[in-house]
Design a protein around this ligand. Structure first.
Ligand SMILES: NC(=O)C1=CN([C@@H]2O[C@H](COP(=O)(O)OP(=O)(O)OC[C@H]3O[C@@H](n4cnc5c(N)ncnc54)[C@H](O)[C@@H]3O)[C@@H](O)[C@H]2O)C=CC1
Ligand SMILES: CC(C)CC(=O)C(=O)O
Ligand SMILES: [Mg+2]
Length: 378
């Protein structure tokens, strides 16, 4: 795995790739349909063959098994086998309404499905870029004087350790969730962060809670040790509570953020207000060989099934797949440019519009079609 963040790679000759498509729940299938259209089209334009294979995951897998009279599961063996024989996984989102977590279909859905995939494929490094598009700066709720200073950061989140993967236990009136990190588990995202910083503005900010947590002290030790190999990169540290404030108050401070699983989860949602919506935030979850690409947001049950979700995060996750899994930099850049063209043209989903303007909102599938049309070939 190499950082390659923003690194130009030479145009590749025609490739043939198998993509496992795990649309999942809520808005997943809607935004996924748009992303598949776009990736298929860029493949056609550049002469590649992308074979898409759909697999069930999450509540959708559970419901399908129930309907077939099989034992329900959130992550069927057939889905894992499909992923294993693919070159990349394009993932939508999983989970039900936040007040229905107790229902059998949704209970432990994210843990079983999403965390299951991350663990199974050792997807240790999660990249979550967040920037303000100059032509969309009016969507950012911050004052022009704050965003005018330039906002472009990438959060590197450790993805297979920490409190989400520690022991979870309920014992009568007590509950435990254990946070555990090893030097090796921290080094991987840390090295990636320094490599990424070298290709950017050469600054790594480690976000932690080292005033309280032993795990965070270990993160700092590893950061200082890794830093020795990157003297050209600046390193600083910030507590997570302050980081949540600074990402809003002084976002231009950040270049590359390196942080643990839970802090990265929280901070990346906070950072989603910068571009204007979670619906613009893609992500790449990198493993040792197979990588998975997923929007930073969830299944958004509040807007699911209405055709109003923003597909850009899913489409840009597809662009990250082209770049990191297939080394197709020009094709990735073509998808990003097409998304920018559509956004610039003012064709926007409701999440990017003021309440009073929502009647002008463009549907999920129409945005996908518009990105397809905006795609330029070689
Ligand atoms: N990667 C995944 O599969 C994730 C799954 N979840 C699950 O999603 C479900 C809902 O969780 P929430 O806390 O509500 O978070 P969420 O990220 O699904 O939604 C938060 C807010 O952002 C909006 N939003 C998210 N994506 C959007 C898009 N593409 N276009 C327009 N608006 C968008 C939603 O409408 C909602 O108002 C839960 O079951 C949760 O566990 C949450 C986060 C990640
Ligand atoms: C199950 C959660 C950890 C998923 C999530 O919120 C995320 O990855 O952003
Ligand atoms: Mg999250």
């Amino acid at each position: 795995m190499s950082a390659g963040y923003g690194a130009p790679t030479p145009g590749a000759s025609a490739v043939s790739k198998n993509i496992a498509v795990l649309a999942g729940d809520g808005i997943g299938p809607e935004v996924m349909a748009a992303a598949v259209k776009v990736v298929r089209k860029v493949g056609e334009l550049y002469g590649h063959r992308f074979n898409f294979e759909d697999y069930k995951v999450g509540g959708a897998a559970w419901a399908a098994a129930e309907a077939a009279g099989d034992t329900p599961t959130h992550l069927p063996a057939s889905t894992l086998e499909g992923c294993e024989k693919s070159d990349a996984i394009l993932f939508g989102s999983v989970g039900g309404p936040v007040d229905q977590q107790h229902e059998p279909r949704w209970k432990d859905c994210e843990k079983n499905a999403l965390l299951g995939l991350r663990k199974r494929f050792k997807l240790a490094v999660n990249l979550r870029p967040s920037k303000v598009y100059p032509f969309l700066s009016h969507l950012c709720p911050l004052k022009p004087s704050i965003i005018g200073t330039g906002v472009d950061m990438v959060i590197i989140r450790e993805l297979v350790g920490g409190i989400y993967f520690g022991e979870h236990k309920r014992d009568g009136d007590k509950a435990f969730d254990v946070m555990e990190y090893t030097v090796e588990g921290i080094r991987k995202p840390m090295v990636f962060a320094f490599e990424a910083a070298r290709l950017r503005r050469k600054k790594v900010t480690v976000v932690d809670k080292a005033n309280v947590l032993e795990c965070s002290r270990l993160w700092r030790e590893v950061a200082r040790e890794v830093h020795k190999g990157y003297p050209d990169v600046e390193l600083d540290f910030m507590y997570i509570d302050n980081a949540c404030m600074q990402v809003i108050q002084k976002p231009s401070f950040f270049d590359v953020v390196a942080t643990g699983n839970m802090f990265g989860d929280i901070l990346s949602d906070a950072a989603s207000v910068l571009p204007g919506s979670l619906g613009l935030m893609p992500s790449a979850s990198l493993g040792d060989g197979l990588h998975m690409y997923e929007p930073s947001g969830g299944s958004a049950p509040d807007i699911a099934g209405k055709g109003v979700a923003n597909p850009i995060a899913q489409i840009l996750s597809g662009a990250m797949m082209l770049r990191y899994s297939f080394q197709l930099e020009k094709e990735a850049a073509a998808v990003e440019a097409a998304c920018e063209e559509v956004l610039k043209s003012g064709r926007l989903t409701g999440d990017l519009l003021e309440e009073s303007q929502r009647s002008n909102a463009v549907s999920t599938s129409a945005i996908g079609d518009a990105v397809v049309v905006a795609l330029k070939g070689p």
